[in-house]
Design a protein around this ligand. Structure first.
Ligand code: ATP
Ligand code: MP5
Length: 284
């Protein structure tokens, strides 16, 4: 029997007790894409589908030790960042990414939760621009995040393209994808790889269960990069992963529920989808 290589990915992000976003979404996504997942938790949130009910930052030394423990023993093929919370966490992550010469870094510049809670101190925005973006293989802002980082209004496909180019040319990321989930119409994401644009689009599913879509999307890209896939291949797979995860909503919770992290794997293996019972019972 053939034995295949084990690929490894690390997420540096916040914990979501509700399991839909943050560390939990990232690890579920790594697992479903058959990549070994590891984590460094920056903050613990008390969170459910109705909102964020508490944020407890992990001391800087604790974050550093988690990352060092993983890197000095197990190693990583690719990594991603999510909720970094404070400017000194951004400085620390940038120092460690440089120290260990980590190339495949995906930055999801998490700022505000769907429910409105602030997940990145305003004082950290400058550190994000100055220290982290120049190290990114890919940065994955949604439209409001790109507007804050760049100080520009984004209201059209053309301005999404301009934003992606500025992330690369002005701030030094090697590639940028500006996600279209927050616009009306089909959710088109604009990827600029430093040379050309790639537009990724899908049908828009009318659902309130979109908690953690950005985390899941960036984690899927990271998992595919860990396997050695090209950026374009990785983003294509991630788009399929997130589209199926949104399409086959689970119907969990009374607010913005999680996406379905099983959906891509079950589709690939020709299995029926979970969550249908809730739909039939009219709970969705
Ligand atoms: N209703 C929808 N139907 C289909 N695809 C969607 C929908 N909403 C978002 N997407 C897709 O999901 C991915 C994540 O985009 P989105 O803009 O929602 O990220 P985000 O706001 O960072 O997510 P979050 O803050 O919830 O983690 C993108 O590929 C986007 O096009
Ligand atoms: C720990 C953590 N990380 C990221 C998000 C963003 O996800 P969303 O915008 O869907 O709330 C979140 N809510 N919680």
């Amino acid at each position: 029997m053939d034995v295949e290589q084990v690929y490894k990915a690390l997420t540096i992000a916040g914990s979501d007790s509700g399991g839909g976003a943050g560390i939990q979404a990232d690890l579920k996504t790594f697992q479903m894409l058959e990549v070994y997942g590891m984590s460094a938790i920056t903050a613990v949130t008390a969170q459910n589908t109705l909102g964020v009910h508490g944020i407890y930052d992990i001391p800087l030394e604790g974050i550093e030790r988690q990352i060092e423990a993983v890197l000095t023993d197990i190693g990583v093929d690719a990594l991603k960042t999510g909720m970094l919370s404070q400017p000194e966490v951004i400085e620390l992550v940038a120092d460690l990414v440089s120290k260990y010469k980590l190339e495949k870094l995906v930055i999801d510049p998490v700022m505000i939760a769907k429910g409105g809670a602030n997940l990145l101190a305003a004082s950290a925005q400058d550190a994000l621009r100055r220290r982290l973006l120049p190290l990114a293989a890919l940065v994955t802002p949604n439209i409001p995040e790109a507007e804050v980082i760049l100080g520009m209004e984004i209201s059209s496909l053309e301005s999404m393209k301009e934003a992606a180019v500025r992330m690369v040319e002005q701030f030094g990321a090697r590639a940028a994808i500006v996600k279209g989930g927050h616009r009306t119409g089909d959710p088109t994401d604009v990827l600029y790889d430093g040379k050309q644009f790639h537009l990724m689009t899908s049908e828009r599913y009318p659902t309130r269960h979109t908690h953690g879509t950005g985390c899941t999307f960036a984690a899927a890209i990271t998992a595919e990069l860990a396997k050695g896939k090209s950026l374009i291949e990785a983003v294509h797979t991630a788009k399929q992963f997130i589209t199926l995860a949104i399409q086959h909503e689970l119907g969990i919770g009374n607010g913005h529920g999680p996406t379905n992290h099983w959906a891509y794997w079950r589709e690939k293996h020709n299995l029926s989808q979970l969550g249908g019972a809730a739909k039939e019972q009219g709970q969705l």
